[in-house]
Design a protein around this ligand. Structure first.
Ligand code: ZN
Length: 255
């Protein structure tokens, strides 16, 4: 690390739990962020600022006026641009040392599996069950840690699914496919209070930085945040032995 790099990351390096070694791990890491909207904006901005070496940013949407109330990686002059490109420009301005790969596409199937296979962690910053199941499936098969965030109205939640840990549940253990009647639950119909996505997206970035640098212990179970009262709750989530998704994890992962 040269002097500028040491200075830029000095407040991480000063932390005993991170130090030079932890910062070097961050600089060498590659993280996929799916969704460059409300959750993806703060998550990606913090990861870029923290010096994560490579960020892969996937989003097939364009920036719209009604996004700007909470999607802070985009500004008024970004309307009609691709979200992944607009956010990447913000990230490069925060930290030119972070390499940002832009994927203006909806990752599915083999393509999703291929991108997931090459990263150290995945942040699910999407809204919608179809994407969430697909990302969970790919992470379980490829043995990559999934840091999942969600925010709607005044409610936020976070969970970390670690396929390397035999005790860890997956997203489908928590939300079995077929139970999700409220598939249409999205910000478009329901609204979301702006800074809530900042709370959850920042929490996702925090867990990613801990995971990669080796600081602390990974979040377990499910945390929910009620913005109406400002209170957090925590739930233990056991792995579902009959879950069809995480049964696959042995096939692609050597534990
Ligand atoms: Zn499962």
């Amino acid at each position: 690390m040269n002097d500028d790099t040491l200075l830029r990351y000095s407040r991480h390096i000063l932390l005993e739990a991170v130090g030079i070694e932890g910062q070097e791990r961050l600089l060498a890491a590659r993280v996929l962020i799916v969704g460059a909207g409300g959750l993806g904006s703060p998550a990606a901005m913090y990861l870029a600022a923290a010096g994560v070496g490579q960020l892969v940013l996937a989003d097939d949407d364009g920036v719209e006026l009604h996004n700007l109330q909470r999607q802070i990686a985009h500004g008024t002059y970004d309307i009609d641009r691709r979200k992944a490109e607009s956010a990447a420009e913000t990230l490069r301005s925060i930290n030119p040392e972070t390499r940002v790969e832009v994927l203006c596409e909806r990752l599915l199937g083999e393509r999703l599996a291929e991108v997931v296979a090459g990263v150290d962690a995945v942040l699910d910053c999407t809204d919608g069950f179809a994407s969430r199941y697909a990302i969970n499936d790919a992470c379980q098969r490829q043995g990559v840690v999934l840091i999942s965030g969600a925010a709607i109205r005044f409610s936020g939640q976070l969970a970390v699914y670690d396929p390397r840990d035999p005790e860890s549940p997956c997203y489908a253990c928590l939300y079995p496919p077929g139970d999700s009647d409220d598939d249409a639950l999205s910000c478009a119909e329901n609204g979301v209070i702006g800074p809530l996505v900042g709370v959850v997206g920042s929490f996702q970035a925090l867990e990613a930085l801990k995971l990669i640098s080796g600081a602390g212990t990974p979040h377990k179970g499910l945390s929910t945040f009620d913005a109406m009262t400002g209170s957090w709750r925590h739930f233990n989530v056991p792995r579902d032995p009959s879950c069809p998704v995480c049964q696959l994890r042995g096939e692609a992962v050597s534990l």
